[in-house]
Design a protein around this ligand. Structure first.
Ligand code: FA5
Length: 339
């Protein structure tokens, strides 16, 4: 009996809600059916007099009916508000929202962070150096003699202030780090480098390198090759085709150039690899005793390896970017594809 009455009232109220043509109508329905003296309230008062066996399920049915009615009221109310917004100059809630321009990381930053994580896992600490560097740390401390062509204005942006340059390579951090932390040391220095040179598909005047330096007792080429292989495998997710050639840098002895097979053309030859199929990526070698000395350490006790990874070139290989200049071009259509 109770449930039958409840059902009838519920149907009546839902019908009235449906038929309401305005918010005033809706309010009328609310007052008439749902106020303290409305028929629903009157019926609910009978709940307490029901036999105990019926009370529980009757109570549940009453709650469900109340919830159904409240939801219907809310929805109908919302539909009035929405159509009012569309027609009376208020907020049109059916309009698509404004899209906000959100930034994303630059591909070089993404790869730099990835490399930093890999190096940390190999026990290297990450250090940063200044962009404006002294001639001493950039050249002299690295055993680069005063008449070395690398100091030539062709390659270096000299600053007006005597003895100051825009860092030409991250190797400039080697002696700074040795002076500060001593040995044993395992550190990487990501950083921006600047060179006064003509640009092409694989050369820019500003680019990034990631330098690695390990100084300890009895460090050998085996350590160097092991770390290089691990680094490349972690970056590319597979063994990468590499070739090793002798390379000359005043601050390493012996020195090597580690090239990787060009990812842009699959080693076939393109403008990025200058038709050779190989990209110069990872020059490295054993730290020259003069550098160890400049760092305040005894080269008879300490030895080490260093590498200077071409981070920007690595970004090109990883993402298949065939012109380095795109990376600094500031074109959002290009930059938005990453991150
Ligand atoms: C150096 O800068 C040495 N400091 C590397 C080094 C470190 C050797 C430690 C030994 C031990 P290099 O000038 O070859 O070397 O540059 C290193 C890498 O930086 C290159 O292989 C290349 O990947 C990248 N690179 C050099 N010049 C440019 C440029 N203009 N634009 C983009 N990438 C460049």
């Amino acid at each position: 009996m109770f449930k039958n009455d409840l059902k009838k009232i519920e149907q009546r109220v839902l019908k009235a809600i449906k038929a309401a043509k305005s918010e005033t109508d809706l309010e009328q329905v609310r007052l008439q059916h749902l106020s303290r003296h409305g028929e629903l309230a009157v019926l609910l008062k009978q709940l307490k007099d029901l036999p105990p066996a019926e009370k529980k399920s009757a109570g549940q049915a009453a709650n469900a009916a109340k919830e159904g009615i409240e939801t219907a009221l809310q929805q109908k109310g919302l539909s009035f508000q929405m159509s009012a917004g569309v027609t009376d100059g208020g907020v049109d809630v059916t309009m698509p929202g404004h899209s906000f321009l959100t930034g994303n990381l630059h591909p070089s930053t993404i790869i730099q962070q990835e490399l930093e994580d890999i190096c940390r896992a190999l026990g290297f600490r990450v250090l940063e150096g200044p962009d404006i560097e002294s001639e001493y740390y950039n050249f002299t401390a690295l055993n680069i003699p005063a008449d070395h062509p690398a100091r030539d204005t062709q390659d270096t942006f000299w600053l007006k202030k005597e003895g100051q340059v825009l860092k030409t390579h991250t190797s400039a951090m080697q002696v700074r780090a040795l002076e500060k932390y001593g040995a044993p040391l395992r550190a990487v220095f990501p950083g921006r480098c600047f060179r006064y040179e003509a640009t092409d598909a694989s050369h820019d005047t500003t680019f990034y390198q990631l330098e690695g330096l390990m100084v300890d007792k009895n460090v050998s080429i085996t350590h160097l090759i092991g770390v290089m292989k691990e680094l490349l495998r972690a970056v590319f997710g597979k063994d990468t085709k590499v070739r090793q050639r002798p390379g000359f840098f005043s601050f390493v002895e012996p020195g090597f150039e580690l090239d990787i097979s060009c990812f842009i053309c699959d080693g076939e030859g393109c403008s990025v690899c200058k038709r050779t199929g190989w990209v110069e990526l990872l020059p490295c070698g054993l730290v020259h005793p003069e550098v160890i000395k400049a760092g305040g350490l005894d080269p008879k006790v300490w030895s080490g390896f260093a590498f200077g990874l071409g981070l920007t070139r690595l970004v090109m290989m990883k993402y298949g970017i065939d012109d380095i200049r795109l990376l600094q071009g500031g074109d959002l259509r290009f930059l938005k594809q990453f991150g």
